[in-house]
Design a protein around this ligand. Structure first.
Ligand code: FES
Ligand code: FE2
Length: 460
């Protein structure tokens, strides 16, 4: 049983007896070592000098190693607790490139399973979400219950006596934990607790997730779209990059600013901060005593006095409002927009973005809808900001594979040496315009890429 800091009614579990032996999901077979030969990536990331080799965005072997050593051992965002109300509610997502089903069992426990039949490997559920009593594979009809247990096998008499249904349950994600409405899972059999892995990042996340005791809920559906670009281009931008805002989003800012001229760059630059987490998370935000939600309906409804009492002035004037953040490796959010999103890796040069809008549960319906529309206008798939960002990532990716281009290092030197404890914001912070959280993101990536994961033993 794992612990949870989440106040919702949903319980979380660790893998039960039908977990399908996650220690070695390939069963009794032994893979040849050549299939998991690892690359030492030390020479690709110079986080102290602020340099990055573009092979991290293009190389297929590095991508395969990421699946083994970055995604498999890390806490990965799965869904929001609001998506699970009744037993049988399920949601299909991915952990890295592995398809998983998140379900609420009859006992109202959250569990997650590999969405792959133990027979020939088809997905046992091809719906995106819904409610069910069983997951029945549409290939030959093996059927699994909400606990992942194999409960029915057509022509079972044809199997040898040694065949036990209990041995062939869905492979269960061994650990699921929640943090203020966000569900994370990891394949790591002995992870550090989620809350510990978030560290001071949780303080920044609470500026979005913890406005009151009721917490948040999902409004509307989930937008999904595919972009040409490595997943890290998006994740690092959300961790570290306010720098692009005035240039990339110039037209949008002009349209949105009352003067038609956009924001005053020097004020934003001087006052904003960037949080730099040792585990690779990052967040950036302008700071201003009058910072506020951009959606007018939301702003008018917001009780800033109550928020200041609960969260403190520093959070209300900074990370509560216009900001960006990434929880390593691939979960990001935008507090003012109510946007939470995941960058699913789909090969070294492709990602699939899944984006939710979350709102405070206690808001009246018209305020929730105003926030949903505001998020769609700005950071929906055709949002005026979202389109600029996707265009940039695809641009950087499009030419990165050229032989000469690929060998030319990228610059992450802004704010080198600026990291410090500023006395107002927890942990290490830097200037708003800085690559500090980006350097930290890639330092964490490098460490994981060079560290054998639990499934490798001592293999290197
Ligand atoms: S692949 Fe699922 S029953 Fe055969
Ligand atoms: Fe942007």
């Amino acid at each position: 049983m794992t612990s949870t800091t989440d106040p919702t009614t949903v319980a979380v579990t660790s893998a039960g007896p039908h977990s399908g032996a996650i220690e070695l999901p390939h069963g009794a077979l032994q893979r040849p070592a050549e299939m998991r030969r690892n690359i030492d990536v030390s020479g690709l990331v110079d986080h102290e000098g602020g340099l990055l080799d573009r092979a991290v965005f293009t190389d297929h072997s590095i991508y395969a190693q990421e699946m083994r050593r970055v995604f498999a051992p890390s806490w990965l965002f799965l869904a929001h607790t609001d998506q699970f109300k009744k037993p049988g509610d399920f949601f299909a997502t991915f952990m890295g490139e592995d398809p998983v089903l998140v379900t609420l069992t009859r006992e109202k426990k959250l569990k997650a399973f590999l969405n792959s039949c133990r027979h020939r490997g088809a997905r046992v559920c091809r719906a995106d979400f819904g409610q069910t009593r069983n997951f029945t594979c549409s290939y030959h009809g093996w059927s699994y219950d909400l606990d992942g247990k194999l409960v029915s096998v057509p022509n079972e008499a044809g199997y040898p006596e040694s065949f036990e249904r209990d041995d062939w349950g869905l492979v269960e994600v061994p650990h699921i934990e929640t943090y203020n409405g966000l569900i994370f899972g990891t394949w790591n059999p002995s992870p550090i607790p989620l809350r510990e892995s978030l560290g001071d990042m949780a303080w920044y996340m609470d500026a979005m997730l913890d406005h009151d005791d009721d917490g948040t809920e999902v409004v509307g559906g989930i937008h999904k779209w595919v972009l040409d670009g490595n997943w890290k281009l998006a994740a690092e931008q959300f961790a570290t990059d306010w720098y692009h805002v005035n240039m990339s989003h110039a037209s949008a800012l002009m349209v949105m600013s009352p003067t038609g001229k956009g924001p005053r760059d020097e004020i934003v630059h001087r006052t904003g901060r960037q949080y730099v987490d040792p585990n690779g998370h990052g967040a950036g935000f302008p700071v201003h005593t009058k910072n506020r939600f951009d959606a007018k309906t939301v702003h008018d409804h917001t009780d800033y006095t109550a928020l200041r009492e609960r969260l403190g002035d520093a959070r209300v004037e900074g990370p509560l409002t216009n900001g960006h953040a990434t929880v390593f490796p691939n979960f990001s959010y935008l507090p003012v927009n109510g946007s939470i999103r995941i960058w699913h890796p789909k090969g070294p040069d492709k990602m699939e973005v899944w984006a939710w809008t979350i709102v405070d549960k206690c808001w009246p319906d018209e305020v929730k809808q105003a926030q949903r529309l505001y998020n769609l206008r700005t950071f929906g798939p055709s949002g005026i900001f979202e389109q600029d960002d996707g265009e940039n990532w695809s641009e950087c990716q499009a030419i990165a594979a050229g032989f000469i281009t690929n060998g030319v290092a990228l610059n992450y030197q802004m704010g080198l040496g600026s990291e410090r404890e500023d006395g107002r914001y927890p942990g290490t912070t830097s200037e708003l315009y800085s690559d500090a959280a980006g350097r930290s993101f890639y330092a964490r990536w490098r460490t994981l890429m060079n560290t054998p994961a639990w499934h490798e033993g001592d293999a290197r």
